[in-house]
Design a protein around this ligand. Structure first.
Ligand SMILES: NC(=O)c1ccc[n+]([C@@H]2O[C@H](COP(=O)([O-])OP(=O)(O)OC[C@H]3O[C@@H](n4cnc5c(N)ncnc54)[C@H](O)[C@@H]3O)[C@@H](O)[C@H]2O)c1
Length: 379
């Protein structure tokens, strides 16, 4: 019992994800609530050490949040921490995480864990050889909408699940007459960008955790907007894919079709939605909401283009109740990882599952380049 501290070196805290979701909404929020509660009644408080390339920016963040330590020297940070966390640009991830593993530190990282399967598998192997705890961010599993969808799956509501259709995306401004709302490296393949590498790892763990192992992929990845304007106002060539249209076979014969696009305008209730159809019922889940329709309440539409549609199809769906309080998904996963490190609590979101996500991205890109469906082999 009692309170203990865990030193966490956080690399990439000047970035969008590192600052908002991981530092402010997770690590600092955990400390504000008095730490992570352990099973024996004890608590773990986190001591962040900010790491990055720009001392002035790190100093600003440290001062704003009363954080004692920051450095541009990764080695020095690794000497003083228990856990290394990486939310750098994807391209920079492997080198730093390997360094942390070599130093014998537990490692937690944003997705994708690497840009290639070979590197992602090497990371998983290195972590396992050094016997350090390892984890990858899989935040979408903790979204209220997907938790409610999982509840429906676990209850048997769907009967036999037939198909999943996912629609993800929104318009990312080109950067000329309105500033782009995503960093420019996302649109440069040479910097680890591309929507397949960004989103297929997410879709992989969502499919694997809700429906089953992914057995094959067919994808078409395209660059709809070939030129954009970066943070400094300079034009650049978009060398990475900004939309991907994927079809996945999941074990048990479930077909998932997921569109991902940064070049689509939203005509949905949420920025991502998954419709699941089963023999006994269907559901549509977004980030927060989830609506369902049981087989017994299914209307019988009749195709007749000569008449205007009068049925209000969406009125025949019921909201799935919350029945719980949902905390920030990034924070929930941080708490689980801390318990994994400190008291060996289970943590299935490890580097091996991260590598399977990278594998799906790599095979998706290969499928697109070769114009064929590709089997996903066990890693
Ligand atoms: N889990 C999620 O939902 C989610 C969402 C968005 C991004 N991500 C992942 O998080 C990571 C960071 O994404 P982001 O959107 O926060 O990016 P960002 O550009 O806002 O931040 C990148 C961070 O990496 C650092 N960095 C290190 N080397 C760099 C280099 N050579 N060039 C540029 N920056 C460098 C930057 O200083 C910054 O701290 C990516 O790997 C991305 O895939 C995850």
């Amino acid at each position: 019992m009692g309170v203990r501290t865990l030193g966490v070196a956080m690399n990439g805290v000047t970035g969008r994800m590192g600052y908002r979701q991981h530092l402010v909404r997770s690590v600092l929020a955990i400390n504000e609530q008095g730490g992570v509660a352990l099973s024996d009644g004890g608590r773990v408080v986190l001591e962040p050490i900010l790491v990055g390339r720009d001392a002035a920016k790190l100093g600003d963040i440290a001062a704003r949040h009363g954080i004692g330590e920051y450095t541009t020297d990764l080695d020095a940070a690794l000497e003083r921490c228990d856990v290394y966390f990486d939310s750098q640009i994807t391209h920079a991830r492997v080198k730093s995480v390997l360094k942390a593993i070599d130093a014998g530190k537990h490692v937690y990282a944003e997705k994708p864990t690497a840009e290639t399967v070979a590197e992602a598998v090497a990371l998983a192997a290195a972590a396992s050889a050094k016997k350090v705890k390892n984890g990858v961010v899989q935040d979408k599993l903790f979204l209220p909408g997907l938790l409610k969808l999982k509840r429906l799956v676990d209850s048997g509501f769907f009967g036999r699940i037939l198909s999943v259709r996912g629609e993800f995306g929104y318009w990312v401004f080109e950067g000329d007459w309105q500033e782009a709302q995503r960093p420019s490296w996302n649109y440069r393949a040479q910097d680890g960008g591309g929507i397949v590498l960004d989103m297929f790892p997410h879709w992989h763990y969502v499919m694997e955790n809700l429906f089953g192992r992914v057995r094959s992929v067919y994808a078409q990845a395209v660059t709809h907007i070939p030129e954009r304007v970066d943070e400094r106002g300079d034009r650049y060539e978009a060398t990475a894919d900004d939309a991907a249209y994927g079809v996945f076979e999941i074990e048990g014969g479930i077909i998932a079709q997921i569109n991902s696009s940064w070049a689509v305008r939203v005509n949905r209730d949420e920025l991502v939605e998954f419709q699941v159809d089963g023999t006994h019922g269907s559901a549509v889940a977004g980030l927060r909401g989830c609506r369902a329709q049981h087989r017994a309440l299914t209307p019988k539409p009749v195709w007749n283009p000569d008449l205007p549609a009068t049925a209000r199809f969406r009125d025949g769906w019921q909201e799935v109740p919350d029945n719980a309080e949902f905390d920030n998904g990034f924070k929930v996963q941080w708490e689980r990882f801390v318990r994994h490190v400190v008291e060996d609590a289970p943590f299935p979101n490890d580097f091996a599952s991260g590598a399977r996500g990278v594998q799906l991205a790599e095979l998706g890109l290969r499928s697109s380049a070769e114009g064929r469906r590709i089997t996903v082999a066990d890693l």
